[in-house]
Design a protein around this ligand. Structure first.
Ligand code: FO1
Length: 314
């Protein structure tokens, strides 16, 4: 397999496919473009959860039980802050905090988020390109029946309890794709959209002005993997959010969001019945075993995605 692959991804769900691709493709062939709408500033530190989840996962350092944070981390610093009345709702481990200190110091010194994100991936021994979608802060704001909340407040502090009425990427109109993103997409034989939440993980990436155009102009085969399997989400609050925002919880609704920028939409074998509906949207639809519950199944899906044949130039 000689071609390069770019993966557009959110956190925990997308990291599974990132690991499958990384361990299948070998060194230097994978570029990951991570959502940064989840980024948040806490204790004056720039926290970039999806970049970190992807980096820790590929480096074999992620907490396997939660899918985020560092395996075996301790929480002394957060505990000390909480004893003083500081906020402790976002579980920042001691080693994880070290990464946020390092990132924040370099950002304050004037470096860009892309360079610092790559430096962290390199420092953890990765041989892949790790990019944020953009460098400008674009915090995802969730409109709810209790008012607007930062995505992490909605997800972690409020455990997805408020009813979602809207999703907004604050400041997105001023953002541009991060340095390196256009090159990664243009140089890739395949561009894969991970089975991440289409509203809050892939949505922000596609909302960066100019990003859709990069995909429209890409010469590589553009593949998306459905995050919805058997009428339910593979992970997290995707199904609940889609329902509350008036979407049908179906791979077809996700495929509709990717119309014009995807050549092949991959559904799980058990959703083969929706193939016709998805093909009527102007994309090919392939059914594969798409649930990744072991390293072997992640690598199998990665191999299958890399083996999808091009048709009529794509
Ligand atoms: N998710 C939680 O559910 N609770 C937490 O306390 C939490 C802390 C946390 C710290 C660092 C980090 O990189 C991620 C963390 N996450 C936590 C995960 C994160 O909020 C989301 O899963 C992602 O933003 C979605 O991709």
């Amino acid at each position: 397999m000689s071609e390069r692959v770019t993966l557009l991804s959110g956190g925990v769900g997308g990291a599974k496919l990132a690991l499958g691709l990384y361990t299948t493709l070998g060194p230097g062939r994978l570029a990951v473009v991570a959502n940064t709408g989840d980024d948040i500033e806490l204790f004056g530190l720039h926290i970039s959860p999806d970049c970190d989840i992807l980096t820790y996962t590929l480096a074999g350092r992620v907490n396997g039980e939660t899918g985020w944070g560092i395996a075996g981390d301790t929480f002394h610093a957060l505990g000390a802050a909480a004893e003083l009345g500081g906020s402790g709702w976002f579980a920042l481990g001691d080693r994880d905090l070290g990464v946020h200190l390092y990132r924040t110091e370099r950002l304050r010194a004037g470096e860009g988020l892309a360079a610092v994100t790559q430096a962290i991936a390199d420092g953890m021994g990765l041989s892949c390109t790790m990019l944020p979608m953009c460098e400008a802060p674009v915090p995802t704001q969730i409109g709810t029946d209790e008012g607007e909340l930062h995505l992490q407040e909605y997800l972690v502090r409020r455990r997805c309890e408020p009813r979602v009425t809207a999703v907004r990427f604050d400041g997105i109109e001023r953002a541009t794709p991060a340095p390196g993103v256009a090159e990664a997409i243009a140089e890739s034989g395949r561009i894969v959209i991970a089975p991440s939440n289409p509203l809050i993980s892939i949505g922000p990436i596609l909302a960066v002005p100019g990003f859709r155009t990069l995909l429209e102009r890409a010469e590589g085969l553009r593949i998306a993997v459905s995050p919805i399997v058997g009428g339910e989400a593979l992970k997290g609050p995707t199904a609940q959010m889609m329902r509350q925002l008036g979407y049908e919880v179906s791979p077809v609704a996700v495929a509709e969001m990717f119309r014009g920028i995807v050549d092949v939409f991959v559904v799980d074998e058990r959703d083969a019945a929706v193939q016709g509906a998805i093909e009527s949207l102007g994309m090919r639809c392939i059914a594969l075993p798409a649930v990744m519950d072991s390293l072997a199944s992640k690598q199998r899906l990665a191999r299958e995605l890399c083996a999808i044949e091009r048709k009529s130039g794509r």
